[in-house]
Design a protein around this ligand. Sequence first.
Ligand SMILES: *Cc1c(COP(=O)(O)O)cnc(C)c1O
Ligand SMILES: [Zn+2]
Length: 369
Amino acid sequence: MVEQYSCSSCGKTHQLTATIWKCDCGGVLDLVKDTPKIDVSTWNNDPNSLWRYINTMPFAKDSKTWESVTLGEGQSPTIVLDPSEPNTYVKVDYMMPTLSFKDRGAAVLMTKAKELGVSKVIADSSGNAGTAIAAYAARCNIACDIYLSDETSPKKIAQVKAHGATIKEIHGTREDIALAAQTAVNEEKVFYASHVYNPYFYEGTKTYAYEIYEQLKQEAPDTLIVPVGNGTLLLGAYYGFKELFENRLIEKIPKIIAIQAANCAPLVQAFEKGEAIAVPVTNKGTLAEGIAIAAPARSKQILAAVRETKGHFIEIKEDEILQAREQLADKGFYVEITSAANYAGYLKYQKGTNEKIIIPLCGAGIKSS
Ligand SMILES: *Cc1c(COP(=O)(O)O)cnc(C)c1O
Ligand SMILES: [Zn+2]
């Protein structure tokens, strides 16, 4: 079980408490933990959710808190995109309880919140993370405030509201919204259920990699094409594959091809200039609201992960997004607009013969209009 956080910037360690969420220096916090020992023989299809991997997560041995928190998240299908391209798979994470991959992180994060005994959480989101946190907070009987832009897609706002969360609509940039939430967290001294800052979220999204490994019959794909705003799926998948690699279960960590919308692409710019950290940009407006993050707090970790795997970035123009959404729907997959940007990235990617590729389908089509 983890009791400590360490700062990714200055290295200082901090006691894990319900209210700490960043270092005094402003750096993001990671868990102080060893690489878990992965015993694949304990994964025998039970339960049929991401909780079959609980032994790899930083919870006390025999912790059963998750049993009252789970909504059945995880174990999404991994299927061939098109019979004519048998090495390209989509992983259908829109089949999660609140219809996006954020449930992976939210389930694990809120399980930790429940263990810490918190009575209220605050989160900010472009939509899907807020929905996921609201759903699991409801499940845990924990009060929840979600900070959102007043321009968030109405269907996502309706979803958050349905779970009984208090909505704080903010007029401003995504960064203004995060700041409003963080100010409230500090003033009210409550738990910041942030998918960006709280490292437990990544203990949930890392199961993405474990599932792929199981579904490809104990193999890693060559390449993962993954959308990136704050990098919660990208980093989670990277950590998961890294743990499999360190347990000598796979021979290499898949190459990460990271996709951003050209109109809001701070990571693309930093990657191309060879910089270690992304400089914030101005969001010029994109249909891909879920990845429109002008100042990603974990940019250093995201850039390092893409570089380590010898991957690269691809940026997507607005007109390519809607076309890609139509093409996916023509194959039977109806995704929200943000998720189509990632498929557009696949269409631009120069793949090799027999290259085994995974494309996440992150959010359901009915979430956007
Ligand atoms: C959250 C989200 C993303 C991007 O995830 P980040 O953690 O911001 O990188 C992409 N697509 C959908 C549908 C999302 O909900
Ligand atoms: Zn620090």
